[in-house]
Design a protein around this ligand. Sequence first.
Ligand code: PGD
Ligand code: PGD
Length: 831
Amino acid sequence: MPNDSNDHDDHGDHGAKLTRRRLIQAGLAMGALGAVRPGLLVPGARAAPPGPAEVLTGSHWGAFYMRTERGHVTGIRPWEGDPHPSPQLPGVRDSIYSPTRIRYPMVRRAWLEHGPGSDKAGRGKGDFVRVDWDKALDLVANELTRVRKHYGPTSIFGGSYGWKSPGKLHNCQTLLARALTVNGGFVSRSGDYSTGAAQVILPYVVGSIDVYEQPTVWPVLAEHTELMVFWAANPMVTNQIGWQVPDHGAYPGMEALRRRGVQVICIDPQKTETCRFFGAEWLAPRPQTDVAMMLGIAHTLYTENLHDAKFLERYTTGFDQFVPYLTGKSDGKPKDAQWASDICEIPADTIRALARRFASKRTMLAAGWSIQRQHHGEQAHWMLVTLAAMLGQIGLPGGGYGFTYHYANGGSPTATGPVLPGISAGAKPPPGSEWLEAGGTETIPVSRIVEMLENPGGAYDHNGKRETYPDIRLAYWVGGNPFMHHQDRNRMIKAWQKLDTFIVHDYQWTATARHADIVLPCTTSYERNDIEGIGDYAMSHILPMRKVVDPLFEARNDYDIFTAICERMGTRSAFTEERDEMGWIRVFYEAARIQARGKRMEMPVFDVFWNSNKPLAFPISEEAKGYIRHKEFRDDPLLNALGTASGRIEIYSSNIAHMKYDDCPPHPTWMEPLERLGGTGTKYPLHVVSSHPAGRLHSQLCGTVLRETYAIHGREPCLMHPEDARARGIVDGDVIRVFNDRGQMLVGVRLTDQIRRGAIRVSEGGWYDPVEPGKPGTLCRYGDVNNLTSNIATSKLANGNCGHTAMAQAEKFHGTPPDVQVFRPPPGSSA
Ligand code: PGD
Ligand code: PGD
């Protein structure tokens, strides 16, 4: 999810991340197209008219119509232009009326009665008091003022991370940043949880973050690719979701590949939905050993002279420094197929055969991101690029590598529409905040929040710099669920006690909201007006997101909440720029309209667009349908040099060498992770795969009817191989306890041979439901997998999270398991 200029997140406007050259080319193509088809664009050319009282809107799951009767949403149906609607749509509707909705502003009793910092260990116990909005807003404004006055702007953490809802105005994280900026600054964060390691190392390797950029598009794959390798990627599941409103263009892309009978290999500890869709070969290495497996393939390529020496010579640098490591000349350990097999448990013959097959066919290496959400995760994507460089197919149609085939429908050809702007965090800071104007907001790497709370003033290394952690007193969270997304829940709960005050806006009683001191109820996307693009990469339409129903209970828009807080702090006008909701939406649309004119397209006037109840479509050029990643570089590596130090693909990085990090050497390297399946000295026997859930988006929709489709005894499901179960006396449908030294949780077990032995799968996103809230180590009743994961950073280079580094043990739970309670609102919060 790349950054769009107005989005305070690294997940953003992928299609906007066109290189300058592509923009120029796109512009030229548009000129030609515009000459043929000038004139007014017609909203929703492909859409059938909606039925009575059906309002078109959209969110992370796609564009859809919501049917209303007497002010109530009674139905949801996908927009006709969606080629593969998400099966999660019923949960989207239910999320509006879920019993987990936060109804009223609530304040933790101890905080309200005794002030900030009172009974910090009481957080999470659910002892809240309902207050009216005026009181709640006064409390927030006064507390922000107090903390800033006594401890300064670097004592306020506003780097609130998470999958807030789409919409160019109600982008709550940017709104929070904006509100904190106009009031004098705050501490923010860099990076994200999705690609924390890869997005930092890849600029050294290929000159851009790459993980959010457009790969070679699906139509080119369908025509040219002979062998498609999904390495730790499950695009059939994860493309359901977009950072903006998804176009779902990857699904027809995959269908075309299947129709053509392209060979597909899935390298994954689970036989995924993608593997089954393609009827693909399934290879299941030990988790966290992919770098060793890739090295084994590279060794075979090199020793059998199957590597493309000419490509390496012309387009890369540092292969000669990598070879002594590969052959073992530098450390006495050849990274041959047998060496790799001993680590990853894929037979050596299979590894050698893979090398030969990759080299003999037009091969696309399509990697997902779990393998970089692991200890030393930087190495995975670096080694994968190295492997692709050795194959010499980067920049050729259908070959090379791609890092977004599984994400937000990367590979959907990009339309030639405008980039829709949105609200910015950058309103001018008031006098007195010179530090902000001079240096910008202080940041920490996003997943180092617990270290930050544990070590105020402590030094840490990050990407070549020595930095210092700020001393935080107040954290403000909107649009994210850290009590789900962060690793090592128990350590985190303790660290959180550092805070005097924790403020949260959400529309549902997540574990994060339950651990707050002040909880403010916000609206869902369907209770407000907004505007958004369809297709993170496709950028195919602009979607009017019209309000479907009035806000439920006392919910308010984040925009209105921040406006009221700024009003109290004397900064209302700086925050709003004197615009209301519709005023902003018009501004964004008009800016897009001006851009479109520059491309010789005429968008309709705003009112026509807004009242049409249809998305506005943009054309896709033939050139976009033929896009090949790195083609320009291949055609002319001097004129189109990469953004690396050498302008080439760096297999050895002098910049990284200069950092002298013991956990990130200057060429791709296999390093033992903290713990792993088959690792010597690893205490627990089962690797915990915490892949992304098929039935929800992280923790979103976990509180809805969808849960009934996957929960086992009301708990998060855990996939386990029958042999692992037999060894523990576990049978299908049992409630089991999964535990390690970091934490413990109950889950319901599903036995299947679609997961390799020694690995279990519990998806991320299950709601944290502690038996004894606030007590570190307590049992989680529902199955929040981050009770088990490690808080360790990937390396000093990127400081990414390691959600996929966790070993544990499992046992049958005897007796009556405690009832799951997290889907009931805290006592007193409903009346
Ligand atoms: P979500 O459940 O999407 O999880 O972590 P993230 O925090 O993004 O939380 C979003 C929250 O925002 C929800 O509570 C939702 O209700 C709220 N929200 C939505 N819209 C609005 C709005 O308009 N206003 C306000 N105020 N709130 C809103 C996801 C993170 O988890 C990510 S991105 C990844 S990639 C990581 N993945 C893993 C993993 O693979 N394995 C493990 N073990 N852990 C992970 N954690 C990370
Ligand atoms: P994961 O599910 O974590 O997805 O994209 P990402 O690619 O990170 O992992 C993909 C596959 O890797 C899984 O099938 C898993 O079994 C496998 N895997 C895990 N560990 C290993 C390993 O060590 N080696 C190998 N070879 N394979 C491994 C996630 C992306 O999805 C992101 S970041 C976000 S924020 C979105 N989240 C969701 C979501 O929560 N729900 C849905 N339905 N869709 C999403 N799309 C996005």
